[in-house]
Ligand binder design. Structure first.
Ligand code: NAP
Ligand code: ZN
Ligand code: ZN
Length: 349
């Protein structure tokens, strides 16, 4: 074991504060990474405040991790000390179930091990600690290669926001000739706009923040609709081939289902604390589909990184110091993020 420093919440009501803890030394299949950057996902905030239930405290969040490999186990050939490496939302899974065998570790039947707030297989009764910390030790299967042409701080958010939007856009075969809606311009939404645009779709961004319109167009949106404008929403009726909803708070999902053409799909990736109320007639009418999607598998995450390298895509970020995290959370709750906070882990020392 070796000592790490990080930031943890001790309860749903406590602010994040410095925290010292131990991590395992790398085993034969493990990679030890000194963390340079960690993105701030809204899931970090949902989890530390226990909005979804089941948070184990102390909780060290962070699952958009970029760093330098410091040590590798004897069976690791894919990475060596000095390499740049990435870790996303998962650090382990059963490796045996049908989903794992298909490379869909995020749908592992007994459950994948989250990068934080997961059941740590190596510590009896322990929870995994995430990337708001100095180091992380991860099995080689869950470590990603980072393309050399991309800015490292801007790559960190690809490990969650990037794959969570890429995976459904790819799965539902978004491409040229399609009109695609992205709902919400936050961390996920801005990646959704960039990736759907790069896939060749015509992109419409739905936002509650009129001040984000110009940015949305620069990010790749062909059109911006202010979702509070009822007439502007009505004008979009039954014109969409696909909609990706990234909203983190309660909102009227039926307003978006009604914009789909017959047989088309709305995929929910945003995970509000309270259930969304689907009016059955929103889907019965026009045989529409309401679906969900969870991050993406490890092979697909590597594919997404390579896609982003080819299209020169990274996140638009605001770099913060570790002790600015509570201000970042407050701004996130006001939809005031442009468009992902990334923590400079050098500020932890
Ligand atoms: P974020 O940066 O806070 O962005 C959320 C955006 O939603 C806001 O910027 C805002 O965009 C919009 N919004 C916020 N409150 C709203 C409201 N009351 N009504 C309508 N729109 C509202 O969050 P994020 O990190 O992108 O995460 C988004 C959600 O996805 C979170 O719930 C997170 O837990 C979830 N998530 C899911 C997965 C998955 O695998 N499915 C993975 C990662 C994250 P505008 O200002 O443009 O309206
Ligand atoms: Zn996330
Ligand atoms: Zn499995």
């Amino acid at each position: 074991m070796f000592s790490c420093i990080g930031y943890a919440a001790e309860s749903p009501k406590d602010a994040l504060a410095p925290f010292t803890f131990e991590r395992r030394d790398p085993g034969v299949d493990d990679i030890e990474i000194k963390i340079q950057y960690c993105g701030v996902c809204h899931s970090d905030l949902h989890t530390v405040r226990d909005e979804w239930g089941g948070t184990m405290y102390p909780c060290v969040p962070g699952h958009e991790i970029i760093g330098t490999v410091t040590r590798v186990g004897s069976a690791v050939t894919s990475f060596k000390a000095g390499d740049t490496a990435g870790v996303g939302c998962m650090v382990d899974s059963c490796r045996e179930c049908e989903s794992c065998r298909k490379g869909l570790e995020q749908y592992c039947k007994p459950g994948f091990v989250g990068t934080y707030n997961g059941p740590d297989k190596h510590i009896e009764g322990g929870a995994t600690y995430g990337g708001y910390s100095s180091h992380v030790v991860v099995d080689k299967h869950f470590v990603l290669h980072i393309p050399k042409n991309l800015d490292l701080a801007g790559v960190a958010p690809l490990l969650c926001a990037g794959i969570t939007t890429y995976s459904p856009l790819k799965h539902w075969k978004v491409g040229p000739g399609q009109k695609v809606g992205i709902v919400g311009l936050g961390g996920l939404g801005h990646m959704g706009v960039k990736i759907a645009h790069a896939m060749g779709a015509k992109v419409t961004l739905f936002t509650t923040s009129p001040g984000k319109s110009d940015d949305a167009r620069k990010l790749g949106a062909d059109e911006v609709v202010i979702s509070k404008d009822a007439a502007a929403m009505a004008a979009q009726g039954e014109t969409f081939d696909f909609i990706l909803d990234t909203v983190a708070a309660d909102h009227d999902i039926n307003a978006y289902l009604g914009l789909l053409k017959p047989d088309c799909t709305l995929v929910q990736v945003g995970a509000p604390e309270k259930p969304l109320a689907v009016n059955v007639f929103s889907v019965i009418w026009r045989r529409r589909n309401f679906a969900g999607s969870l991050i993406g598998g490890i092979a697909e995450t590597q594919e997404m990184l390579d896609f982003c390298a080819k299209h020169n895509i990274t996140a638009d970020i605001e770099m913060i110091k570790m002790d600015e995290i509570e201000t970042a959370y407050t701004r996130m709750l006001k939809s005031d993020v442009k468009y992902r906070f990334v923590i400079d882990m050098a500020s932890l020392a």
